[in-house]
Write a protein that binds this ligand. Structure first.
Ligand SMILES: [Zn+2]
Length: 285
């Protein structure tokens, strides 16, 4: 039932559009034209104001398309981000044997234009064949590559409150990922007082010692490494620790970075709330 020639054309057209992160306007216009040609009504298509809320460096919002259902059923969402990485600038996609490859030394931008093309093909196939379908929302977010900024700014109400969603942005079409870690990254800067460590160490305050004590306290509370509290799990890590200038100097500055993870946003919050006060505590004089 899928018109494979049309599907390939959609893919080649979309791969050829320049649309690096924050500069997705051309992708929006090509997608909009294709969706209207596929049978979408103009009123179903809009862009949100995500770019305005993100601030400078973003020229257009997320593209959102809401198809009414032909049957009464929960709304389903499909999403694929529009932006590509800088390596894809100026891409010219060409067919080589059974593959689509970039002509020059650029990247192809198959991440995630192949899924954008698949969503156009999905809508075209449903509408041209008058296939019955539930209400469908297509979300084409901006600015995924530099930190999921478009998706982060999406309002659920703008999406029509879908009951479930499929984000098409993985490696294999037959692989489904049903969960993702939430992560929080942290940086702690510790200031001490530097003195000569051989002549007057008692007048110095070692940032290194404070950092060591703080991490030891985090571990003693049970929030270091793998964390298991009842049926809730997460992890916490000290990733880097940098400071000090010389062996004969009391360490005056230390910068520690780390991260916490959990599948449960609530438990992640608990981990952060347990670690933060320890790192923030002022040492007694
Ligand atoms: Zn991607």
């Amino acid at each position: 039932m899928i018109n494979q020639d049309a599907a390939l054309t959609h893919l080649l057209d979309l791969l050829a559009v320049d649309g690096l992160t924050g500069r997705e306007s051309k992708v929006v216009s090509v997608l909009t034209k294709k969706l209207i040609a596929a049978g979408c009504k103009k009123v179903w298509i809009k862009t949100d104001d995500a770019h305005k809320r993100l601030g400078e460096g973003f020229e257009i919002g997320n593209l959102i398309v809401k198809l009414p259902g032909t049957v009464k059923a929960p709304r389903i969402l499909f999403s694929a981000h529009m932006d590509t990485v800088p390596l894809c600038k100026g891409v010219v996609p060409v067919i080589k044997g059974t593959r689509v490859v970039p002509k020059g030394k650029t990247g192809l931008g198959g991440d995630d234009r192949s899924s954008c093309a698949a969503m156009v093909t999905l809508v075209e196939t449903l509408l041209k064949n008058k296939t019955s379908h539930p209400p469908i929302t297509l979300l084409f977010p901006i600015a995924e590559e530099n930190g999921l900024h478009g998706s982060r700014m999406v309002r659920l109400t703008d999406l029509g409150n879908p009951a479930m969603g499929f984000n098409l942005d993985g490696q294999y079409p037959n692989e489904v990922i049903i969960g993702a870690m939430s992560a929080v990254r942290w940086t702690a800067k510790i200031s001490g007082t530097s003195t000569h460590a051989g002549l007057e160490p008692e007048k110095g305050i070692s940032a290194g010692l404070i950092a060591s004590k703080a991490m030891a306290a985090v571990a003693e509370k049970g929030y270091f490494g793998r964390i298991i509290k009842g049926n809730r799990t997460g992890t916490s890590n000290l990733g880097s620790i940098n400071g000090g200038e010389a062996n004969n100097q009391v360490m005056d500055q230390t910068v520690m970075t780390g991260e916490c993870r959990s599948h449960s946003p609530a438990f992640l919050d608990q981990i952060v709330r347990s670690i933060k006060p320890v790192l923030r505590r002022r040492p007694r004089a």
